[in-house]
Design a protein around this ligand. Sequence first.
Ligand SMILES: C[S@@+](CC[C@H](N)C(=O)[O-])C[C@H]1O[C@@H](n2cnc3c(N)ncnc32)[C@H](O)[C@@H]1O
Length: 325
Amino acid sequence: MRTIAAPFIPWVGGKEKLVPYISQVLPPNAHQLLDPFGGGGALTLGLPTCPSRLDIYNDFNRDLVNLFVCVRDCLLSLLRELDFLPLHSRAEFDDLKALLAHDALPPEEMESWEEKELEIASSFPEEDATELIAILKGKAELRNVRRAAAFYKTSRGSFSGTRSSFGVKRNNIRRFRYQLERASKRLQDVVIENKDAMSLIPERDVPNGIVYCDPPYYEAEQLYEAEFGKRDHVRLFHVLKACKGYVVVSYNDCPYIRNLYKDFFIITLQRDNPMAKKKKSVYRELIITNYDPRQFWDKQLDLFEEPGAKWTMDLVHIPRKVLKQ
Ligand SMILES: C[S@@+](CC[C@H](N)C(=O)[O-])C[C@H]1O[C@@H](n2cnc3c(N)ncnc32)[C@H](O)[C@@H]1O
């Protein structure tokens, strides 16, 4: 499968490599794709746009979502702000981190503040009002674009994209620009949200829609700025069990998750590296569905060779009762 666009920042737990496998168990004619734990956006960006399907990307991380909105709506300003100079020093990295540490106003407050400014501007005679409104809108956009650029630069300039410690790397500037441009095109018709996934899913769930969930891995929740506690895994499970649409969940393979999702179908996705002798060279993920994935599964693809490694996909659990027919 050729993907349309790819994640434009490094993101812990990103599923770029797994998109060909995940996408082959998805119902092909769904009217909606909801990606509530969107992160770097591997699935949303990777799938081709379809005019009869509404795509919704969401993440609880406000700065990440702001970057996605800027890539979609004001790419040129963002590119200008990035200036395509890579990070040269730890001092610059620290300045950008400080900018991000200074919390932006919550979106509701920001909106009402901007609304008030616009209201005042509109009370001027028409010609002045038009000019003032354009300036205010430009100011708001610049503020968001600056934050987005800082977030992008600290992600690119840190070890494994974690934005916590400065790491000098070789930057392929041409590739970065190309990725941003492709992603911007792909995102044009994507709705972008910044909500808690467990409230968003019931709001957006529809019978002929897909809910693809890639939550923080069990016992690796602390890797993200957005808080996700142990109890949230159970909350998410209950929300997903009540869904009317097609549910697909990615998780790390562990007994707790296998047991929690025993009412669902479970597929293991395993990557063996025959050249490496260590145990850690086997890497296993789960793909969990509330419907029988075999109806869409292209068996030709369930074994895939990549240089030095082999991927296999196996259905390892069938529930007694199928939740979604
Ligand atoms: C495993 S990552 C998703 C990776 C993504 N699928 C990709 O390919 O890049 C999990 C994401 O969940 C987000 N997250 C954590 N708690 C959340 C919540 N309550 N609601 C929505 N998103 C949340 C994190 O910010 C993180 O981006």
